[in-house]
Design a protein around this ligand. Structure first.
Ligand SMILES: Nc1ncnc2c1ncn2[C@@H]1O[C@H](COP(=O)(O)OP(=O)(O)OP(=O)(O)O)[C@@H](O)[C@H]1O
Ligand SMILES: [Mg+2]
Length: 394
């Protein structure tokens, strides 16, 4: 008997057999069909990647799973959350939501996770890796801020960086003026979150809590516009929430990174994603990462760099790869990376919208994702384009 392909939530039709195709990463992982539950989805613009991710999300919720979208830069997941009774947190200038990334880790030992988060945030704001002395300055500043307030804000850390505590510097064998110099760049970087263009979003007590029991939580970042730094910072801060929720619940959950190619440019964020993915299996999480092409992963860092190997690690950590239509210049790279046969490779440039090559460790399917009539409006991202054309046609 062939391996079961109709277990799990329905996805659509197997183009080769004509039969139904279903997918459930948890069931397949338990059955030994997958080495991990994560899924990579790649395809050119407008082929139905987000539609597939949204259908999988909605149908999985019906099957009792939950879904977390830690960053929705286009603001297209709110209708999905509305359809399933989920929650949308909208973050951006002029909106009311505030998110203090340091309060997500209020557990018994919050200092370690907080300092790792702050280091990732600081690295994003200064656009480089932190040195050892800078790490020391950040650690000491956080410890000072924590002595003053049990749940500090980034503003508290900034004050402690600007005027370091003399006795803790002495304990660490550092002159206070050296510690102040060590923290100077970080203070400049973090100031962007307190007084710069992102002021208010991350430097005040949180107004929102991630409900670990909500069927779906979407972090809508569309109001941040096309500012890639702001997007990466928001997703880094939100990742602290995610970690908190991971520890709070073992519910089976999809974590969906739609438009992941935009955030993969930031090494600090990729590093956090990778460490979360390592935790995922223990906590019943299946990650879904959406790219345009596999070579998006090669755009990260230099050849041989830590960043590049982190990105390649994310690909290796996805046992299921779903490839939608690819441009002809991507064929040999994709075929090489995924071990495609010649007929599979030749299929990639001619796949119609909604149809993808599903590569799993022991089998391959060509699947047409069938939208349910009730899903059509929820996943429609073409309406703006269509309305515009209709308007022009008149
Ligand atoms: N299986 C399908 N059947 C019918 N229509 C579909 C299907 N999948 C997607 N569509 C339609 O195609 C349009 C584009 O889909 P979608 O936004 O999911 O593409 P995408 O690959 O995510 O694009 P982008 O790269 O721009 O994010 C949507 O309006 C959607 O309704
Ligand atoms: Mg999309």
């Amino acid at each position: 008997m062939p391996p079961s392909c109709d277990i799990g939530v329905p996805v659509g039709q197997d183009a080769l057999t004509g039969g139904p195709f279903g997918f459930d990463p948890w069931a397949l992982y338990s059955a030994g069909d997958l080495t991990n539950p994560n899924l990579l989805l790649a395809g050119v613009i407008g082929q139905g990647k987000s539609a597939l991710a949204k259908s999988l999300a909605m149908r999985s919720i019906t099957a009792g799973r939950s879904v977390y979208v830690p960053g929705d830069p286009k603001g297209e997941w709110a209708p999905v959350a509305a359809a399933v009774g989920g929650t949308v947190v909208r973050l951006g200038p002029g909106l009311l939501a505030r998110l203090n990334p340091l309060d997500a880790q209020d557990g018994p030992e919050p200092h370690g996770p907080r300092v790792r988060l702050l280091a990732a945030v600081a690295a994003l704001t200064v656009h480089r890796e932190l040195g050892a002395a800078e790490q020391g300055a950040l650690d000491a500043a956080l410890a000072t801020a924590e002595r003053r307030r049990s749940t500090p804000t980034i503003g508290d850390v900034l004050s402690a960086l600007a005027s370091p505590d003399a006795s803790s510097a002495r304990c660490d064998g550092v002159r206070v003026e050296d510690r102040s110099a060590d923290g100077r760049d970080l203070a400049h970087g973090l100031r962007r979150l307190v007084r710069g263009d992102l002021a208010g979003l991350f430097d005040e007590p949180s107004t929102e809590r991630l409900d670990p029991h909500a069927p779906m939580v979407v972090l809508d970042l569309s109001r941040l516009g096309s500012d890639e730094d702001a997007l990466a910072l928001a997703m880094t801060c939100a990742s602290a929430w995610l970690e908190g929720a991971l520890l709070a619940s073992n519910a089976k959950r999809w974590v969906i990174y739609d438009e992941a190619w935009r955030v993969l440019r930031h090494v600090a964020l990729v590093r956090r994603m990778q460490s979360q993915w390592k935790l995922s299996r223990a906590h019943g999480i299946a990650n879904l990462m959406v790219l345009h092409r596999l070579s998006d992963l090669d755009a990260i860092g230099q050849h041989g760099s830590e960043a590049r190997s982190l990105a390649q690690g994310l690909l290796a950590d996805c046992s299921t790869r779903v490839i939608y239509r690819q441009e002809s210049d991507q064929l040999s790279g994709t075929a090489g990376a995924l071990g495609l046969t010649r007929p599979e490779r030749d299929l990639l440039p001619v796949l119609p919208r909604g149809t993808g090559l599903w590569k799993m460790p022991h089998r391959t399917h060509v699947v047409h994702h069938v939208l349910h009539p009730a899903e059509v409006d929820v996943v429609d991202t073409d309406s703006a384009m269509r309305d515009h054309t209709e308007h022009e046609d008149r």
